[in-house]
Design a protein around this ligand. Sequence first.
Ligand code: GRF
Length: 219
Amino acid sequence: MDNIRVSVLVSGGGTNLQALIDRLEKGDIHAEIIKVISSRKKAFALERAKKHHISHEVIRPKDFDKEADFSQALLDSLVRSRTDLVLLAGFMSVLGPAVVRHYRNRIMNIHPSLIPSFCGAGMFGERVHREALKYGVKISGCTVMFVDEGVDTGPIILQAAVPVKDNDTVDTLQKRVLQEEHRLYPEAVKLFAEGRLVVSGRHVKILPVDKDGREEIKW
Ligand code: GRF
């Protein structure tokens, strides 16, 4: 079985990128990170790519007059490198409709809450956890979804929950959620690589491991 070709889009620290690199290095997922694209020159994620000898590139929105041109540059780069699956991992720019259309159900994103809570425009980074704490939820978590034209509106692939503790701060909650993100994102890639994700409208069905219906998914 050939490896699927994965490009990871980043803007920041890249701990999810690192988790993906580490997991893929184990060799039990038929996927390979062939490129990292950053929308910021100083993103630490680029250092991680360098260290692991992964081809990397900076494509910044501010270098283009129009958002559509930025998106086209991204699309050209993804197509040029024969990307099968695009992973957004802390990518802070909006993907234009041309990219979404071209890679329909082949772009994933990870969000640090249980969607549809604490998501949507402007809800990113520490703010997600601050709002969750403010609201008083007892459970938070993370969501891996396919990307559609909206913000955090695409079909949900996997979710994982974590408890919210009485003495949690933004920092402690963020750390607990991140730990789950690092486990969940590679799992979603594994399912994709095994051809087990079937999208129908808003629903993502996960096919069982074999035709007898045996289920081996652990999360
Ligand atoms: C993560 O919390 C992810 O859910 C969100 O952006 C953050 C990226 O963190 N989309 P990192 O750069 O992977 O450390």
